[in-house]
Design a protein around this ligand. Structure first.
Ligand SMILES: C[S@@+](CC[C@H](N)C(=O)[O-])C[C@H]1O[C@@H](n2cnc3c(N)ncnc32)[C@H](O)[C@@H]1O
Length: 196
C-alpha cells in the first residue's frame, strides 16, 4: 500500500502539505486552514482501515481530502469504499479537486453537510475516522458506536493536543463496556476504539 502510492496522489499530498504549512504561519484564519493530519497519522489510519472488518467506511471532516487520500489507499487495497463528510463549501470544492486530480472517485464518496444529519441512517459501520470540530465529537460518538459492527474501528484525532476539551469523551470511551479503547501517542494523539 505505502510503497505503491500513485504519483498523482503523492503530488497532491505534497501540494496540500505545502498549503497547510504555509497557512499555519501566515495568519490564515483557523476555519480556512486545512488543518490536515501529519503524514504519519495518515499512514496510521490507513493501516487500521486496511485491517477493519467488512461494512461502511466513514470519515467525518474531509477538509481538502488529505486524510481521505490515505484512507482511499486502504480502500483500494481491500476493495472497499469510503464516505467522507464535510460542512464547509470551500473545503468541499478543494476536496472535489483533490479526488478528481488523483482519480480516487472509484473508492471515495463525498457528502456535503453535517455528518450528524446522516449518521442515524447508516448502519454496519466498520471504520470511522473522526476529525471534525471537537465540539461535535461527543454527538458523533453517540451516533457511531451503537451503529458499529463487531470488530469495527473508530479513530478520533487530536486526543492529545486537544486533551482538555476531549478528556470527558476519552474517559467515557476508556470505560465504555461496548468498546476496547486506548489513546495512541502518535503525532496529535489518536483515540482508537474497537467495538466488542
Ligand atoms: C481538522 S479538519 C479535517 C482535516 C482532514 N481530516 C485531513 O486530515 O485532511 C476538520 C474539518 O471538519 C469539518 N467539520 C467540522 N464539523 C463537521 C461536521 N459536523 N460534519 C462534517 N464536517 C465537519 C470542518 O469544516 C473541517 O474542514
Amino acid at each position: 500500500m505505502f510503497n505503491e502510492i500513485p504519483a498523482s496522489i503523492l503530488e497532491r499530498m505534497e501540494q496540500l502539505r505545502r498549503i497547510d504549512a504555509r497557512d499555519r504561519t501566515d495568519g490564515t484564519t483557523r476555519l480556512v486552514r486545512l488543518r490536515q493530519v501529519p503524514r504519519e497519522t495518515g499512514k496510521f489510519i490507513a493501516l487500521w482501515a486496511a485491517a477493519a472488518p467488512e461494512g461502511r467506511y466513514l470519515e467525518i471532516g474531509t477538509s481538502a481530502g488529505f486524510s481521505t487520500l490515505w484512507l482511499a489507499l486502504a480502500c483500494r487495497t481491500i476493495g472497499r469504499r469510503i464516505t467522507t463528510f464535510e460542512v464547509l463549501p470551500e473545503k468541499l470544492a478543494l476536496a472535489k479537486e483533490t479526488f478528481a486530480c488523483t482519480g480516487v472517485g472509484d473508492v471515495v464518496d463525498q457528502v456535503a453537510g453535517d455528518a450528524r444529519d446522516y449518521l442515524s441512517d447508516i448502519s454496519d459501520i466498520s471504520f470511522c475516522f473522526l476529525d471534525a470540530e471537537k465540539e461535535v465529537y461527543k454527538d458523533c460518538y453517540d451516533l457511531i458506536v451503537p451503529r458499529m459492527v463487531t470488530g469495527g474501528i473508530l479513530i478520533a484525532d487530536n486526543a492529545i493536543d486537544h486533551r482538555d476539551t476531549l478528556q470527558p469523551l476519552i474517559d467515557e470511551a476508556l470505560a465504555d463496556p461496548r468498546l476496547d479503547a486506548m489513546v495512541v501517542p502518535i503525532e496529535k494523539g489518536e483515540l482508537v476504539c474497537r467495538k466488542k
